[in-house]
Structure formats: structure tokens, C-alpha cells
Design a protein around this ligand. Structure first.
Ligand code: MRU
Length: 327
């Protein structure tokens, strides 16, 4: 899959609309309001992609305030950085471009484009590192891997993190099957990860989220590989809700539970996972299915978009430059 999830074209940001997948549609983000809306509605989603969009969003703001009103650009940058709270990449991307704004819109765009290229390189590097780790841990025979949510090219620029590891292993003939958690309520696994695996011609089956831990317990899975939205200083991992259950089951079954994420997902300021704000999304996402209300009109929902996997359940966190272990 060589398509880029997001890029700068002429005077705007061109992105894959991830709400439409498996239908392919690209949309143009022309204003900071467009960017904030796209982040909130998950038109662009996935931690690394959010970081790059944050960077490009600041470049867009700098163009729109080409009169040099830096306070207005900074106000736009704040709005973008706070459009979603959990993935630390978003504020990282915004902060990376802000210093360049003082040198004008062209410098801001160049900085954002550099971040985009760096992300693509980082994801490819960490994917190779993660594949080597799993080859070493699981052995040289084709393996059954489980993943959750979407941590593929569409969550990044053009390669992926967890799915990048799968892709690298597949290139070596080492993937027998990928079990993909559908990822309720917004179905990033069924809609997005499965789409990527079809494009890559990698054997896979979509499972309901609740099936994952039980399948791991039966010995049907050799290793779990997921991405992350934020890794705290103590190496707790914040990722899509449902990740924690897979980690618990992996620890019980004694299989590797590997997190693949770029360095930009590490947050040394958050001492542990509990310190991270977990986004709570609209209950309607849970109470409806396919646009139809399935729960009684009287029911309300609790809809945390992420959960916290304690560091002691994580076998390793693989970045573009190192492998991190709790011990
Ligand atoms: O709510 P989303 O779809 O943005 O959540 C995304 C995830 O949880 C991903 O697993 C994570 O961002 C890693 S993406 C490489």
C-alpha cells in the first residue's frame, strides 16, 4: 500500500476519509476548523497520523495568518492540539512546527513536511525491529498474530506500526494468519485493518473483540502486536479500548504482547497510564449500530475510547531506535 494517508497538496491538506472505509474517499482540509473537525470525527485517526496532521494544521494556520499574526497562529495551534486528548503525537506534531512559524508560512510548511517524512521512516524502521523481535521470540515458523484497532499505514503516513510489523513478517513468509479485533464501537479493525490486509494479500480473519482473550487462552495465537496512543514514563501503554484484555490473556497464556510505536508516542511527562486523559466519546457510538438505535431509549452509555495496559503485562515496546522493557 503506497498511498499516503495525508499530504499537503497545493494550498490544503489532502487526507483519506477514514470514516468512509472500506470505501475510499479523499477529502480536502482547507481551514483550521476543517482540521479540528476531521480530528474530532476520526476522519484522520491513529496516533502518528494525528501527529502529522497537527503539524500540517499549524502550517495551514501560518498560511492563513500570513500577515504575521503569531498570536492567532498560536491560538489555532492550541485548538488543534486539544481536538483529542489521548494520543500525545498530536501535541508533539503541533509543537514541532510552532518554532518555524516565526520564520514564515513556507518555513512552517517545510517543518511539517519534514515531520511527515520522518514519521514514514520511523514507522518503517520500527516495523523491521518489531519483526526481528517476534522472529526471535516466536521462532522461524509462520505465526498466528492478533492485533486490535488499526495501527497500519492508514493510522500513520504510509507504512504502519503494529501492522507494519505484520507486513515486515509477511515479507519474510512468517505470517500464517492475522486475527483482527473488529474494534467496537467504530470498527477500525473490521473496516480499516482488514482493508489494509486485503490490499497486502495477508491472510486474516475478523473476530469480535470479546473473542480475542478466549482464543489466546486456547493456544490459537502465537503473539499479539498492537500500537499505542501514549506510552507513559513507567511504560504503561494507553491504546484502543480492548487492548488491556488482550494483554491480560497474553500474560496468562505466556505469549509475547508487543507494542509497536514511534518515539513520538512516548510521553516522559506522564508518570504512569493513570495520569493520561482517556478520551470519552459520545455514547451514541455505543447505543447505535449501523446508524440504528439498538439499546432502549432509556439507556445511556459509557464510552471510553482507550484503556491502560500496565507495563508489567507488556513484553516489549519497539520504537524506531530501541526496544523498551519494564525490567
Ligand atoms: O480512536 P483511534 O482510531 O484514533 O485509536 C487509534 C488507536 O488506538 C491505535 O491503536 C493507535 O493510535 C496506534 S496507531 C499506529
Amino acid at each position: 500500500m503506497t498511498v499516503r494517508t495525508l499530504e499537503w497538496v497545493d494550498d490544503h491538506i489532502d487526507v483519506v476519509d477514514q470514516t468512509a472505509l472500506p470505501q475510499w474517499r479523499r477529502v480536502a482540509l482547507r481551514t483550521v476548523d476543517d482540521v479540528v473537525d476531521a480530528i474530532g470525527r476520526l476522519v484522520v485517526r491513529g496516533a502518528p497520523a494525528l501527529g502529522v496532521l497537527g503539524a500540517l494544521g499549524v502550517a495551514l494556520a501560518a498560511r492563513q495568518h500570513a500577515d504575521g499574526d503569531l498570536d492567532a497562529v498560536r491560538a489555532d495551534a492550541d485548538r488543534i492540539a486539544s481536538a483529542r486528548p489521548t494520543a500525545v503525537n498530536l501535541s508533539h506534531g503541533v509543537r514541532a512546527v510552532l518554532p518555524a512559524v516565526e520564520r514564515g508560512p513556507d518555513a512552517a510548511l517545510a517543518a511539517a513536511r519534514q515531520l511527515l517524512e520522518d514519521d514514514a521512516l520511523a514507522c518503517a524502521a520500527l516495523s523491521r525491529r518489531g519483526a526481528a523481535l517476534l522472529r526471535e521470540r516466536v521462532g522461524p515458523q509462520p505465526m498466528v498474530l492478533a492485533t486490535h484497532c488499526n495501527a497500519g499505514a492508514l493510522a500513520c503516513v504510509d507504512w504502519g506500526t503494529a501492522l507494519g510489523v505484520v507486513r515486515a513478517l509477511h515479507g519474510e513468509g512468517l505470517v500464517r494468519m492475522v486475527l483482527v479485533g473488529e474494534t467496537r464501537p467504530l470498527l477500525q479493525g473490521a473496516r480499516i485493518t482488514a482493508t489494509e490486509l486485503v490490499a497486502l494479500d495477508i491472510p486474516h480473519r475478523v473476530i469480535v473483540d470479546a473473542a480475542g482473550p478466549g482464543l489466546i487462552a486456547t493456544g490459537a495465537v502465537d503473539a499479539v502486536v498492537v500500537g499505542a496512543d501514549r506510552v507513559a514514563a513507567n511504560l504503561d501503554v494507553v491504546n484502543k479500548v480492548g487492548t488491556y484484555g488482550l494483554a491480560l490473556a497474553s500474560a496468562r497464556a505466556g505469549i509475547p504482547f508487543v507494542v509497536a510505536a514511534p518515539e513520538s508516542t512516548l510521553d516522559p511527562v506522564a508518570p504512569d497510564g493513570v495520569a493520561v486523559t482517556v478520551e470519552e466519546r459520545d455514547g451514541a457510538e455505543v447505543l447505535q449500530f449501523g446508524g440504528h438505535r439498538v439499546a432502549p431509549a432509556e439507556s445511556t452509555a459509557l464510552n471510553p475510547a482507550f484503556d491502560i495496559t500496565p507495563a508489567d503485562l507488556v513484553t516489549a515496546i519497539v520504537t524506531e531506535s530501541r526496544v523498551l522493557h519494564r525490567t
